[in-house]
Design a protein around this ligand. Sequence first.
Ligand code: NDP
Length: 503
Amino acid sequence: MASFKYSKQPLYYAGQQQITSKTFQTIDPSCDQPLAEVCTADEASINAAVASAQAAFPSWSATPPIERSRILLRAVALLRERNDELAKIETDDTGKPFSETSTVDIVTGADVLEYYANLVASGGLNGETTQLRPDAWVYTTKAPLGVCAGIGAWNYPIQIALWKSAPCLAAGNCMVYKPSEFTPLHGLQLAQIYAEAGVPPGVFNVIQGAGDVGAMLTSHPSIAKVSFTGQVSTGSKVASSAASGMKYVTMELGGKSPCIILPDANVDDAVNGAMMANFFSTGQVCTNGTRVFVPQSLLPAFEANLVSKMPFIRAGDLMDPSTNFGPLVSKTHHAKVLSYITHGLDNDKAKLLAGGPGHPVFTTQANQAGYWIRPTVFTNCTDAMRITREEIFGPVLCILPYDDSQPEYLDVLVKRANDTRMGLAAGVFTRNITLAHSVIARLDAGITWINTWGESPAEMPVGGWKLSGLGVENGRKGLENWVQNKSTLVEMGGSVATVFSKL
Ligand code: NDP
């Protein structure tokens, strides 16, 4: 019998761990070994999880926001206390180095929970009052939606779970959450932390399984809203199914974002930004700036600087503090990213500047049996290539040179940058701040950066344009996606205005 590093992972609903007979395995991507057996939800357990959330909703939604806030802030404290323990679990499950999970994944999740707990305690759920006449006014209130489904991707498992559950619970909703089958381990941990903090049974529930489980959950008639993070193709299936039940949706989907280096940029800063935009989390970040537009006038300096910094990407033992580059999340995803690299070489005929197929150079001891890949840079890329048109979701940076010798170069550049069906993120690097704002204003993307890349604090609403999504997460705006509006017109004039009072 196989031995696992982690005990069998149950589902969690009605405030209790729930065992099912069917299971699947979660795999350590750094060495291709099973980590744990995970219970798979079936129709009966999905119904039971939704029913437990429905039962919890009346009381949780009626709990004053300041009391909900106190409970959620206790969960924030527990998350921070257990940061390293949770980060190790995320490292095992995702293959991301501990240097990253211990400083980003739990931290940014806890920050968002703290943000919404504080927001609802300080009037964030208040409506508006409009005086219509001296004796009449309109007021609005914000009501929670009910039982919501959260569906997570595998690249930021606990962070995604927190970015969804924080505003959901703070607004008075209950949630049934399904992690990706590739990274299920955080689910039980988070459910236990919420319970320990005082979140009542049924308010936050976890079911596990693959896409079919997600589909059953999101099409459940008692689900009021679906908050989904994943690929555009899956998102459009989920959104269609939600539309037939008139459910609210938030869709956080993929991207093919432009990272624009303007001719006056500081080359060193621009290269640092482009590297963050392509190699952090082994390139498995939705907002990655994978199309790096570099002016011909800077191309030699940019390429030389980039090549000189590639050795700073260090693959190795994931717990070693100097390791900053892990394997890809799964065997399937590894095969997919590798096929794009091969396609870039053989079919697109892009010029390989660094990396390519094969294992990365390991700076410390690492198990080579995992889903490792080399950080790869292609240059002389064009807009028509498959590697510059499709989301690869791996460490593949494509340099697209542009001619900056003509006065109208900016118009051409902006047109090229916007020539994609996705619109998640975009960014510019320049020393001219006026130019930066005017270029940003012309880019079709929901998340933009000037002279930086990737930071996504709790205060910043994030969401995609075009095929990259619907709605936003985080910031004040993010809370609006978890409530419905009620408007009330109050007449104090003593008589009801009517056209039927006389013949
Ligand atoms: P997928 O779309 O493959 O899966 C996302 C989630 O949906 C998983 O939990 C998956 O389950 C589940 N699922 C699959 N089919 C269905 C279905 N028919 N109904 C309901 N749920 C379903 O995405 P990935 O996990 O591969 O994530 C990578 C993608 O996520 C990239 O495109 C990336 O850009 C995007 N992403 C977007 C972010 C954003 O904020 N915009 C942030 C992070 C990632 P299972 O995995 O178990 O099959």
